[in-house]
Design a protein around this ligand. Structure first.
Ligand code: ZN
Length: 83
């Protein structure tokens, strides 16, 4: 993950990943998450998914991973608000 979350477009507070649901199954562990401002508690109105599993060699692999998409969406909104 190269990108980081920009400050909240409304109050300038720090944004964070907020886990909302556990999506684990027998073969994988995953979470649904949102991006939320820690200060004014604004949430981006979309939820995203991140999933990990162990492969046959014992390595940890990432399955569905929407972390970058979530960051991009949040940062785009932050940019829009400042224009
Ligand atoms: Zn805020």
């Amino acid at each position: 993950m190269n990108e980081t979350l920009k400050p909240c477009p409304f109050c300038g507070g720090n944004a964070m990943f907020l886990t909302i649901t556990n999506k684990s199954s027998q073969s994988s562990v995953g979470v649904m998450f949102k991006i939320k401002c820690m200060k004014c508690r604004i949430e981006f109105p979309k939820s995203y998914e991140c999933e990990m599993y162990m492969d046959q060699d014992g390595g940890i692999r990432t399955g569905k991973d929407e972390r970058t998409k979530a960051i991009t969406d949040w940062n785009r909104r932050a940019n829009d608000e400042t224009d």
